[in-house]
Design a protein around this ligand. Structure first.
Ligand code: MG
Length: 469
């Protein structure tokens, strides 16, 4: 085994002839001198390691146990930097850290994680759907003091997602079509138009009449697989801003805002953007803003969409949630109109700090707002995910049991925690009782194949699923 500690770097192996003995080897003599008397250290320039000590397994075990009991630092590399006798190894440790980090990234199970992200969102959405418009008092008087803890909408134990997940799926479809186009032609740049057309296909499923100049909203409903799934042709309390913006046939941009709305319909559909741009948080932020601005013109609206996409991208790079949030916070700073979202994220972070070690209560979430607008929905969801990072169930239930927009906060929290825990880490009964989960899983799988940076040969089936326009 290799041991890296504040005393030094050691390679420990069993003695060739005596199974009770070990050889404790080091690159430099001073490391061995930290834990053994000088006269036991052998100089062996003929060996791989030039310095070694023979010890019994028992003796070495006691030394390691003592070191463990004396462990008094929260960060190994910082400790090394502050330890004069070891600080010259800092570069080497950074190197090892980075190689092992890359190794972890290569082993990252994209399919499980991407499916987890979409499935987690769909589950949070379905749990929150029946209580979206209920106050906390109403939720508690109907479902008990702790609120809901399972699918309660239909009385048969089944859950069904709403517009939040429908639009997330159409965001994913647009991104995969756009990526296919850039693979085919070697050019990007049409992403926002292609995603807009996907949203128009979603509008078609909502049986909502197009207004204004219909030629501006030319979109195709013959090709692609998602539009053919009749289970999606359902109105599940879709947001007015999304409907009206899309029905106008116009595509909003940051430069030419389509309206002054900052409804949470902008942020609740953005998770796939972070998955597709999973290698670049800054790009995910920019693209998230662009796709959000298609329907929502207020900076707090589209910046919240960009923020969530960046956090999701950071998590895909295995940057822990707290750090991903801080990095997204840095990416937000200074953008035109950033102040309102900035203030909300700061309020959320200080609440998170204050509540460490306590239960997260509905009134804590409600102090950040109701979640009907984007920056509130984002802040509430981030607080739930940060507070219960290691517990998918607790995080998602906290996100739906409050007076605000439960299905959207449930959906965003579910996206984040589903990504962190992967599909395997999501409770079985919630997965198996979710209606139309096959659509969600298929899209998660396809995103893992079509993610930016992946090279793949699109076969006939793929081309039919995601034509490049
Ligand atoms: Mg909804």
């Amino acid at each position: 085994m290799w041991i890296a500690s504040k005393n030094g770097f050691f390679s420990i192996v069993q003695h060739r002839d005596d199974p009770e003995q070990v050889l404790v080897r080091a690159r430099v003599k001073k490391d061995l001198a930290e834990i053994f008397p000088e006269d036991r250290i052998l100089h062996t320039p003929e060996g791989d390691y030039h310095w070694r000590v023979f010890a019994s397994k028992k003796e070495m075990g006691e030394i390691l146990l003592r070191q463990m009991a004396e462990l008094d630092y929260p960060n190994f590399k910082s400790k090394i930097a502050k330890t004069p006798s070891q600080a010259d190894k800092l570069d080497a440790y950074h190197h090892i850290w980075s190689i092992m980090h890359d190794y972890g990234l290569k082993k990252f199970d994209k399919k499980n994680v991407f499916q987890g992200c979409l499935m987690g969102g769909a589950i949070g959405d379905a749990l929150g759907a029946p209580v979206e418009f209920l106050s906390l008092n109403q939720i508690q008087s109907k479902y008990g003091a702790k609120g809901i803890n399972s699918y309660v909408e239909f009385g048969d134990g089944k859950g069904e997602f709403t517009d939040d997940t429908q639009m997330t799926l159409f965001t994913a479809e647009g991104l995969l079509r756009a990526w296919h186009r850039s693979m085919q032609r070697g050019i990007g740049g049409a992403e926002a138009t292609i995603v807009h057309h996907s949203y128009l296909r979603w509008l078609h499923t909502q049986d909502f009449p197009m207004q204004g100049n219909p030629t501006q909203g030319v979109y195709d409903i013959e090709k692609g697989w998602l539009i053919k799934r009749k289970e999606l042709y359902k109105r599940r309390a879709p947001g007015n801003t999304c409907l009206l913006s899309l029905a106008s046939g116009k595509a909003g941009t940051i430069e030419e805002p389509i309206n002054d709305s900052k409804g949470c319909g902008t942020v609740m559909r953005m998770a796939p953007v972070g998955l597709i741009y999973s290698d670049d948080m800054a790009l995910a932020f920019d693209m998230g803003c662009k796709f959000s601005a298609l329907t929502h013109g207020h900076p707090s609206g589209y910046l919240s969409g960009g923020f969530l996409a960046a956090v999701i991208s950071g998590l895909c790079q295995q940057i822990p949630l707290g750090k991903s949030v801080f990095k997204a916070f840095e990416l937000l700073f200074g953008r035109p109109g950033f102040e309102e979202l900035d203030k909300k994220i700061l309020a959320m972070l200080s609440l998170h700090e204050k509540l460490k070690g306590q239960d997260l209560l509905p009134e804590h979430l409600e102090s950040l707002g109701g979640g009907w607008v984007a920056e509130e929905a984002l802040a509430i969801s981030l607080l739930c995910a940060l507070h219960y990072t290691s517990d998918f169930k607790k995080g998602v239930l906290a996100a739906v049991n409050h007076s605000g927009d439960s299905d959207s906060t449930g959906s965003i929290t579910g996206n984040i925690l589903g990504l962190i825990h992967g599909l395997d880490g999501i409770p079985e009964e919630w997965k198996s009782n979710l209606k139309y989960s096959d659509i969600v899983l298929e899209m998660g799988d396809d995103l893992a194949i079509g993610v930016k940076g992946n090279t793949y040969e699109p076969d006939k089936e793929w081309v039919e699923k995601y034509p490049g326009y």
